[in-house]
Design a protein around this ligand. Structure first.
Ligand SMILES: Nc1nc2c(c(=O)[nH]1)N[C@H]1C(S)=C(S)[C@@H](COP(=O)(O)O)O[C@H]1N2
Ligand SMILES: [Mo]
Length: 442
């Protein structure tokens, strides 16, 4: 290997960076993949946030200072009933799948980080500042997202504001970057398709070592080229390197996506915390987020003698035992549990009392049922209370469930009673319900 006798150049010198893989084609291909992928992540992320009913203040609102960033919030629909399951499955699975692409893209442009002088003009300084927000924002969003799903809310209570505000900062920088760079990326891909890009051996030269990439002209007159002026011997072609990145993505995808399905498919989700095995078999053998024991729910307080549901509305408060609830009209719905962490179950058969019928017990017409505040027996930890919007309460599939898959709820799935509603994030499906207040969210 030829090594130059002179001193090793500093990182601010293009000669310091010797990988023959770097170049406009490699960076542009990764950039185009990220352009599509990150746009989907941003849209599904904003939708996921809307699905939390964050404007049902103050109960569900984790970002009370959101101001105009909440401009787009709307009443999350109940149809199709699998909407949140799909949205969140795409958001989390795609986010994990894009990690190798993001890392490769950052690696491909890392020489730019050390570029000297740091700024040649005001415009250039602004562009570099936007890059700081772009790279910082991307790392921040991916790291907070992955930590949240893998490590079970390491940022207690503050994941939503961090990930939500971070998404806006990141996306603003991302749009600026795309506007500035897309023309160059498209030009690079057009110009270089099949030539520099593939590092393809000349026809008839199969098996020969990959040819050194030709030095292409700088991307723009003002910008130093990403191509190393002093490339090391290639160990893999550019196409091979892309294959590695794609293979990494495929591996992450294949070991994550199964957490969206029951049964044997879930066992393939080796990487996901809610992958692997189901928590048992039988009617209650589907994923459990927080067990009764972990939330301090005791058998004594959920017993037939002790437990009463308090339902409050303009007509006063009604107290009902589980036996009382079982004597009300019972209905069934097939609905999934779909968690923000990106895991979900297939449809389960829930049976219980319609939320709209409970509203009717305390002074509302079922068709005019209002928002409801649902509170759990649980005294500590997150998710003790959640608010559902009127359209969710009125939907005839929304239940205070007493049974699942033909058996009474198990303690871990929320016995004596839990909420289940179509297309809502799992976190709104409150377990171990103690109190429901219609019309007034406090
Ligand atoms: N009281 C209470 N209800 C709760 C939770 C909780 O921790 N406490 N977790 C919520 C979350 S985040 C999800 S995803 C679902 C999971 O329901 P499962 O454990 O029956 O699958 O329950 C929701 N209901
Ligand atoms: Mo969840």
């Amino acid at each position: 290997m030829a090594r130059s006798p002179r001193r090793w150049p500093p990182p601010s010198s293009p000669a310091f960076w010797r990988s023959p893989l770097r170049g406009p084609w490699f960076t542009s291909v990764l950039g185009v993949v990220l352009l599509a992928g990150i746009t989907v992540l941003f849209v599904t992320g904003l939708l996921s946030y809307a699905a939390y009913n964050p404007d049902l203040s103050p109960v569900n609102d984790k970002t009370p200072d959101k101001g105009i960033l909440g401009f787009y919030l709307f009443s999350w629909p109940t149809d199709p009933y699998w909407l949140y399951r799909l949205n969140q499955g795409v958001h989390v699975t795609l986010g994990i799948t894009l990690v190798p692409v993001l890392l490769a893209k950052l690696w491909s442009v890392v020489p730019r980080l050390f570029q000297m002088p740091p700024a040649r003009s005001l415009a250039h300084a602004l562009e570099r500042l936007s890059l700081l927000l772009l790279v910082g924002g991307a790392l921040f969003e991916f790291v907070t997202g992955v930590l949240n799903i893998q490590l079970d809310y390491v940022f207690p209570g503050s994941f939503y504001p961090l990930h939500f505000y971070g998404a806006w900062v990141f996306f603003a920088a991302f749009v600026a970057h795309v506007v500035l760079r897309a023309p160059t990326a498209v030009r690079n891909l057009r110009r270089l398709r099949g030539s520099e890009g593939a590092s393809a051996p000349p026809p008839g030269a199969t098996g020969s070592p990959p040819s050194p990439p030709p030095v292409s002209p700088p991307v723009s007159a003002a910008e130093p080229s990403l191509v190393s002026p002093n490339p090391a011997e290639p160990t893999v072609s550019r196409r091979g390197a892309l294959g590695l990145v794609g293979g990494g993505s495929l591996l992450l995808f294949a070991t994550t996506v199964g957490q969206n399905f029951d049964g044997p498919l879930r066992a393939t989700a080796l990487l996901a915390p809610h992958g692997g095995a189901e928590p048992g078999s039988g009617p209650a053998g589907f994923q459990i987020n927080k067990t009764a024991a972990s939330r301090g729910i005791s058998a004594a307080e959920t017993s037939e003698e002790a437990w009463r549901l308090a339902v409050t509305g303009p007509g006063g408060t009604v107290r009902l035992s589980r036996a009382d609830l079982l004597r009300l009209p019972l209905n069934s719905s097939a609905l999934p549990i779909a968690c923000v962490e990106g895991w979900s179950t297939s449809d389960q058969w829930w049976r219980g009392v319609r939320l709209r019928d409970l509203a009717a017990l305390v002074g509302y017409e079922a068709d005019a049922a209002p928002d409801v505040l649902v509170e759990s027996l649980q005294r500590r930890g997150a998710f003790r209370r959640a608010a559902l919007r009127a359209n969710q309460v009125r939907d005839p599939r929304s239940l205070l469930a007493l049974d699942v898959n033909g058996e009474p709820l198990t303690p871990d799935h929320g016995y004596p009673a839990r909420v289940i509603a179509p297309a809502v994030p799992g976190v709104l499906n409150t377990k171990w319900v103690a109190r429901m207040t219609f019309g007034e969210l406090r």
